[in-house]
Design a protein around this ligand. Structure first.
Ligand code: C5P
Length: 225
């Protein structure tokens, strides 16, 4: 059995969302910002574009979070999680609306590999709260805690929700928050609301100078300390 040694440590408070679709760009951007980010989040765009072997190439630079928003029956969830952790990912993002049995299977499989599970409690885009009402999001966050997840994903575009969800999960679970930059969220507001990490994608990987862009976010967070 492989163990993914992954010290999920907050140094800069930034996770790069690497939604580029080819290997050359993926490595170029990751190399440029490796010192500025605590982890790199990859998902369908990059993995479908390059294959899962991209994980071993990127994990030289930073721990990798697989954002597959896993949402299936427990058996299928387990098969997906096994592939992800065997490939060397440190954490996986799963949906929580699938219920306690699916979530439990993801956490159990992650634990077998020394990996972590983050549960989406609410999406960050404008339509993200169409079905995920405040109450449902809170219930999902509570279920994430009960299931032994490492953390939740909460929207940087709605810092007031980050604050409310922090109150639900308490201090033990981590919060990672997408929506900073391209979707309009502010890194400082999100961290102030209770997030441990902000997730930043397009505003870094599409920048002419990704490192300079990541530095800006880093110093915005540092000013809070
Ligand atoms: O490019 P941008 O900074 O908007 O990237 C945000 C990243 O976070 C994307 O990879 C997106 O899929 C992801 N995400 C999100 N909202 C969620 C969960 C994940 O935007 N609730």
């Amino acid at each position: 059995m492989t163990t993914n040694h992954f010290e999920f440590q907050r140094k800069t408070g930034i996770i790069l969302a690497l939604d580029v679709t080819d290997e050359e760009n993926a490595i170029r951007v990751t190399e440029a910002v490796a010192d500025m980010v605590d982890a790199v989040k990859i998902g369908y765009p990059l993995v479908l574009g390059t294959g899962l072997q991209i994980v071993s190439k990127l994990s030289r630079y930073a721990p990798i979070i697989a954002d597959f928003k896993v949402a299936d029956i427990p058996n299928t969830d387990r098969l997906i999680c096994e592939h992800v952790f065997k490939a060397g990912c440190a954490a996986i993002i799963v949906q929580g609306f699938t219920g306690p049995d699916s979530l439990a299977e993801c956490v159990k499989t992650a634990n077998e590999f020394g990996g972590k599970v983050f549960v989406v409690s609410e999406m960050s885009h404008p339509g993200g709260d169409y079905f995920f009402t405040d109450e449902i999001s809170k219930e999902i966050a509570a279920l994430a805690k009960k299931s032994g997840a490492f953390g939740i994903v909460a929207p940087a575009t709605r810092p007031e929700r980050v604050k409310e969800l922090r109150a639900v999960i308490g201090a033990d679970l981590k919060i990672i928050s997408p929506g900073v930059g391209a979707q309009g969220g502010s890194a400082a507001d999100t961290i102030k609301a209770g997030a441990d990490w902000v997730i930043v994608g397009r505003s870094i990987y599409n920048a002419a100078d990704p490192k300079a862009e990541a530095e800006k976010v880093k110093s915005e967070i540092e000013k809070l300390i």
